[in-house]
Design a protein around this ligand. Structure first.
Ligand code: SF4
Length: 262
């Protein structure tokens, strides 16, 4: 069977052997992040619908799981845009859990977490990772190019509410772009937001591959460590082989062999 909606498995820095699943067509997303590695958003929307038929995705997953004998660490909903835009996400996860015990991760930009049906869908996952690059609206918009209806204070408030009921792993990724969100003020704002959210893990990351906009420049390893010291909360820095310095309370993930951002 030729697969259209699943890809990999790939070696992920954070999720081990990860089978990727997309629930939406290429670059249907609520954001148009300046660092996006898969190009410009072609349809920017906050509307949830069944962009790809849930049963078509499930048929591919069933076929793969029936024929694959290699170990998979996670099934990861990420893909080509924002996975929570598919209104059948919760149904897909529930059906998947009937046929496999492989943990399920959802990587989201968090833009739809203000909607109760999205919260309900994400409760089905074993890991939910939200990207939160800034905690004030101006910086948030500068990096995400999000629509004005998405306000970061609402996103943070609803992630906090979600945290209260979600008993599995909640992770936050902070992606830093030079000259955009690498200010001390942003780090302190994030520190405050993360004090409220209380995630299980925080990953400090930067631009790795060619981004959508060439103005998106990565931070150096020492700059990432500096950010991690201020953002704190036991944050983990993603880095490439050859870097040596380790900050107090900062764990380092060696990304030298990684093949995926997820
Ligand atoms: S990085 Fe993620 S959230 Fe941002 S535009 Fe790309 S797919 Fe959308």
């Amino acid at each position: 069977m030729a697969y259209k909606y699943i890809y990999g498995p790939i070696i992920s820095r954070r999720l081990g052997v990860s089978l990727g699943v997309t629930t939406i067509p290429h670059k249907v997303c609520s954001f148009n992040c300046i660092y996006c590695e898969i190009g410009f958003t072609t349809l920017q929307t906050l509307q949830r619908k069944e962009y790809i038929k849930a049963d078509d995705i499930l048929n591919e997953l069933k076929d793969f799981l029936a024929n694959n004998t290699n170990k998979i660490d996670h099934i990861t909903f990420s893909g080509l845009g924002e996975p929570t835009l598919n209104i059948k996400l919760g149904y897909i996860i529930r059906e998947l859990k009937k046929i496999t015990t492989i943990p399920i991760a959802v990587l989201s930009n968090g833009s739809l977490i203000t909607q109760e049906d999205v919260k309900a869908d994400l409760l089905e996952a074993d890991i939910v990772k939200f990207t939160l690059n800034a905690a004030d609206d101006t910086t948030y918009r500068k990096i995400n190019l999000n629509p004005p209806q998405v306000k970061v204070e609402d996103v943070i408030k609803d992630i906090v509410d979600f945290r209260k009921v979600f008993k599995n792993e909640l992770w936050i990724e902070v992606l830093l772009v030079k000259g955009i969100n690498n200010t001390i003020g942003n780090y302190l704002n994030l520190y405050n937001a993360l004090s409220l959210i209380r995630p299980d893990k925080i990953h400090i990351n930067t631009v790795v591959r060619a981004p959508a906009l060439k103005v998106s420049e990565p931070l150096s390893f020492s700059e990432l460590l500096e950010a991690s010291r201020i953002i704190n909360h036991g944050s983990e820095v993603i880095y490439k082989k050859g870097s040596r310095r380790i900050a107090p309370q900062t764990q380092i993930i060696n990304a030298s062999n990684s093949k995926s951002l997820s």
